[in-house]
Design a protein around this ligand. Structure first.
Ligand code: F6P
Length: 344
């Protein structure tokens, strides 16, 4: 089948690298004489048939732009009346031969289902600052988010040292601790709390007291998905994909309170939040973004619908969407062990 027109959508939390990826799709498609359009606000635009044209001048200078020029949302077509059917109608109405869906677990989970249920001609591009998508070594957005968080951690250390305080930084990452792990290691943190490891308050506080004796300050990085013992996450607000809205829990604050109470040392907390998701993409995210965008068009030309572009080593390879979205990629025990060697 000859491909004449491709739709691009970006879903879920935005992240730096999406615009380079959009540019990659448009540029590669142009080389084949294929037209591209942007579906606005992720799957919402597919349901509501909202789109914009994407021509050379629209994407030429977006390599350095954070966010996504075509908008995003956390809309799940499977939670809307006739959502999947309306996605298929839009496909026909806009005369699309293929769709490139850029997203994480949720957006690509929808792509997986639509491909299976409706034979929807979709190819996936992995993006998420959480880096928790299986089958790919890295997702763009992660490198920028961690770079921003490391800068924040180092700023906290400066003020923490001056005031002889323990500083706690809460970072995003949802139920995977990659952002906290990399931020903590790169900023020489004294303790890191990950959702993948049960919190041992005693062990952490004893260690922080020892560190404080030596340095008169300490830095703790906590992932937003951490749960303190005895404080079970109940009655959480859920999004359309059934995920807890973690920012409402204030885990950073809870950790700082526990530390101050158990060590007697003055402790302060900062929550970096969405600042991690904005700003210009790093070099790594720009190159990865544009590469996966180009590759997505190549998968379409090969007729590899139902696949996602994955980074393995430095190569881009197709993997079935079903495999990529089946299970979250969380921090494995060997990384946790490695992290503990660095607390002295
Ligand atoms: O999945 C990316 C992410 O930034 C998570 O780390 C975070 O929990 C969530 O999105 C925040 O979502 P929202 O932008 O909808 O508040």
């Amino acid at each position: 089948m000859q491909i004449k027109k491709i739709g691009i959508l970006t879903g879920g939390g935005d992240c730096p690298g999406l615009n380079p990826a959009i540019r990659g799709v448009v540029y590669r498609a142009m080389s084949e004489g294929i037209e591209c359009i942007g579906i606005l606000d992720g799957w919402k635009g597919m349901i509501e048939c909202k789109s914009i044209s994407l021509k050379l001048q629209d994407v030429e200078y977006i390599m350095n732009k954070g966010g996504t020029i075509i908008g995003t949302s956390r809309t799940n077509p499977y939670k809307k009346e006739n959502g999947p059917e309306r996605c298929v109608e839009t496909l026909k109405k806009l005369e699309l031969d293929a769709v490139v869906a850029m997203g994480g677990e949720d957006t690509l989970g929808v792509a997986t289902k639509l491909f299976k249920d409706k034979n929807f001609p979709v190819v996936g591009v992995p993006k998420t600052m959480d880096n928790d998508l299986s089958c790919t070594d890295f997702t763009f957005g992660f490198d920028t988010a961690v770079t921003v968080a490391v800068d924040a951690a180092e700023r906290l250390l400066d003020t923490g040292r001056s005031h002889r305080r323990i500083m706690v930084l809460e970072v995003m990452g949802r139920h995977a601790g990659w952002v906290a792990l990399y931020t903590g290691i790169a900023s020489a943190a004294d303790w890191i709390l990950l959702p993948e490891e049960e919190v041992n308050i005693n062990k952490m506080c004893e260690h922080l007291k020892k560190v404080y004796e030596r340095k008169k300050s300490a830095l703790v990085i906590v992932s937003e998905g951490v749960i303190l013992p005895g404080l079970k996450a109940e009655k959480e607000e859920l999004d359309e994909f059934g995920h807890m809205i973690l920012k409402k829990r204030g885990i950073g604050e809870q950790v700082a309170d526990v530390i101050e109470k158990n060590t007697g040392i003055e402790t302060r907390v900062a929550v970096i939040g969405h600042i991690q998701r904005g700003g210009a993409p790093t070099l790594f995210d720009r190159i990865l973004g544009i590469r996966v965008g180009v590759k997505a068009v190549e998968l379409i030309l090969e007729g590899k619908f139902g696949y996602m572009v994955a980074l393995k080593g430095n190569d881009l390879v197709p993997v079935p969407l079903e495999e990529a979205t089946g299970q979250l990629k969380t921090v494995p025990p060997q990384w946790i062990q490695f992290m503990h060697f660095l607390f002295k």
